[in-house]
Design a protein around this ligand. Structure first.
Ligand code: RIB
Length: 299
């Protein structure tokens, strides 16, 4: 079972040509309202790949909260531990430019009402992020027996001892910089690996992902695609990583799958990953390419 402790937001996606400059007014090309929030995106994306997923999250006592619950049920996510709080559901305002780049502002709402007492976990894989309170994430990490993945997005950490309870940390480049204040990647990795138990995986967008363990660095490349919307690419990556680790793949192989599925997802609008039936052909093709280039390189 994959446990996801995290947020739900209604996403208001505003597609524009270019981001506005400070003080500038621009027109939207299109506005799309969809389900989002890093926790929900990761839970649904893992369920779409075929994992059993239980989400621990909070929504408000409003229509958007009800819609979220219905959405998770339709997607096969276990909502038995989702809490309804006496407030409004979280929301996010996402600008997406013509290159698929994004800027996101989140209104926390019910996500910040999720409390330590709401955390009930067994074992398996835990996937969590930082759009809920830090002490809630800490409680989840401390009380979990299986593999603990922290996607430090956004970097909302005041007590860095939280990293002592993480097995796999998955920052993107911006989060890595915020976490380590290091210009030198090796230096930054060594700081993090003093705390994180198994690996730091830095996601590098179209360049793939760098896996750093105590004794090894491996760069896993990503397929070349034309991005339309990179919102949630990190969420899809983390979901696929958890899914393949749960299926028993080793870290490098799980990251290879995660890169491929996240790359596919940026060719579509929205923050949630594809169903396995939709992405299967693309994954198999990219795996064949990867295998033949490995054979050419002689490893
Ligand atoms: O990672 C993408 C997500 O970040 C969006 O769905 C938005 O809700 C914000 O949480």
């Amino acid at each position: 079972m994959i446990y996801v402790v995290g947020s739900y937001n209604t996403d208001y996606i505003i597609r524009v040509e270019e981001f506005p400059a400070v003080g500038e007014t621009i027109f939207a090309r299109e506005i799309i309202v969809s389900h989002g929030g890093k926790g929900s995106n990761q839970a649904v994306s893992a369920a779409r790949l075929g994992s059993k997923v239980r989400l621990i999250a909070a929504v408000g006592n409003d229509d958007r909260g009800k819609e979220a619950l219905k959405f998770w049920k339709d997607e096969g996510v276990d909502t038995s531990k989702v809490k309804i709080k006496n407030t409004y559901t979280g929301s996010a305002y996402i600008l997406v430019n013509k290159r698929g780049e994004t800027m996101i502002v989140v209104n926390k709402g019910a996500n910040y009402e999720l409390s330590e007492n709401d955390i009930e976990l067994d074992d398996g894989i835990l996937l969590t992020q930082m759009e809920v309170r830090e002490k809630v994430v800490m409680k989840a990490l401390q009380s979990f027996d299986g593999i603990r993945i922290l996607n430090p997005a956004p970097v909302n950490i005041s007590d860095y001892s939280i990293l002592n309870y993480v097995d796999i940390l998955t920052p993107n480049e911006i989060e890595f910089k915020e976490l380590t204040s290091a210009d030198d990647i090796e230096y930054g990795l060594n700081i993090l690996l003093k705390k994180v138990r198994i690996a730091v995986i830095v996601t590098l967008g179209e360049r793939g992902a760098l896996i750093a363990t105590k004794d090894k660095r491996v760069l896993i490349s990503a397929p070349k695609v034309k991005p339309i919307d990179t919102t949630g690419a990190g969420d899809v990556f983390n979901a696929a990583l958890a899914h393949y680790l749960e299926k028993g793949e080793d870290l490098e192989s799980a990251v290879e799958f995660a890169n491929i599925i996240a790359s596919y997802s940026v060719t579509k609008i929205g923050a949630i990953g594809p169903k396995w039936e939709e992405v299967k052909e693309f994954v198999e093709k990219e795996k064949r390419k990867e295998k033949s280039s490995r054979e050419k390189r002689g490893n």
